[in-house]
Design a protein around this ligand. Structure first.
Ligand code: CA
Length: 219
């Protein structure tokens, strides 16, 4: 899962960024509203954390433009404690949820999981294709009764695949979901992660579709 963080405060941005990376998300961090809109045109992110008070273009305007362009990426707005009007405006402009500063990073992570899940059409917190199940909150992965511990990036890979069982992902799509901009991606990085997941959960966990990409089967 790749998150776009839009926050101009260096301390808050750093704290959020670290918490997201610790929770196995890839994070891209931009510091003004105009860059946020430009970045979101590429559709590389699975969710957005959007501060409202931003240089160049405020967060509400970023949101307005995003929704006007037909982009439905889930957005959580970050507002000040006394910003009740901003929260209402944000929700009415198409935000999915909000956080009030200062907030607990665990609450932020739980809200992110919830909006990503709902956006993927999943009401249940556990993801499963009938063979493998994955809990985004505890990062536990199971095959039958056997629990396995995946590395952060193996987890990110399997999480992306299990959100849409039956969909084939290209190498580029998988890389986009696992790595942020400033991370060096080796050409065989995805193969390496797939190998790791198969070794732990079984060779048939991830199917290769020759010339197209990879998928997990739909039950
Ligand atoms: Ca701000």
């Amino acid at each position: 899962m790749r998150i776009l963080l839009v926050e101009d405060d260096p301390m808050i941005g750093e704290a959020i960024s670290v918490a997201l990376k610790d929770a196995a998300y890839a994070v891209d961090w931009v510091k003004d509203g105009a860059t946020a809109n430009n970045t979101l045109e590429y559709g590389e992110h699975q969710a957005v954390l959007l501060d409202l008070g931003l240089p160049k273009r405020d967060g509400l305007e970023v949101l307005r433009r995003l929704r006007q362009a037909g982009n439905s990426v889930p957005v959580i707005v970050i507002t000040a404690r006394d910003g009740v009007e901003d929260r209402i405006k944000g929700l009415d402009l198409g935000a999915d949820d909000y956080l009030v500063k200062p907030f607990d990073v665990h609450e932020m992570l739980a809200r992110l999981r919830a909006i990503i899940r709902r956006h993927g059409g999943q009401a249940a917190p556990m993801l499963s294709n009938g063979i493998i199940s994955l809990d985004p909150a505890t990062r536990e992965v199971r095959r039958g009764n056997v629990a396995e511990r995946l590395s952060a990036r193996e987890f990110a890979l399997l999480h992306a695949l299990l959100l849409q069982p039956g969909r084939i992902f290209t190498r580029t799509e998988l890389e986009e979901r696992i790595y942020g901009w400033n991370e060096e991606v080796e050409s065989n990085a995805v193969d390496f992660l797939i190998h790791g997941v198969r070794k732990k959960l079984g060779a048939d966990t991830i199917k290769n579709v020759r010339g197209a990409g990879w998928m997990v089967e739909k039950s």
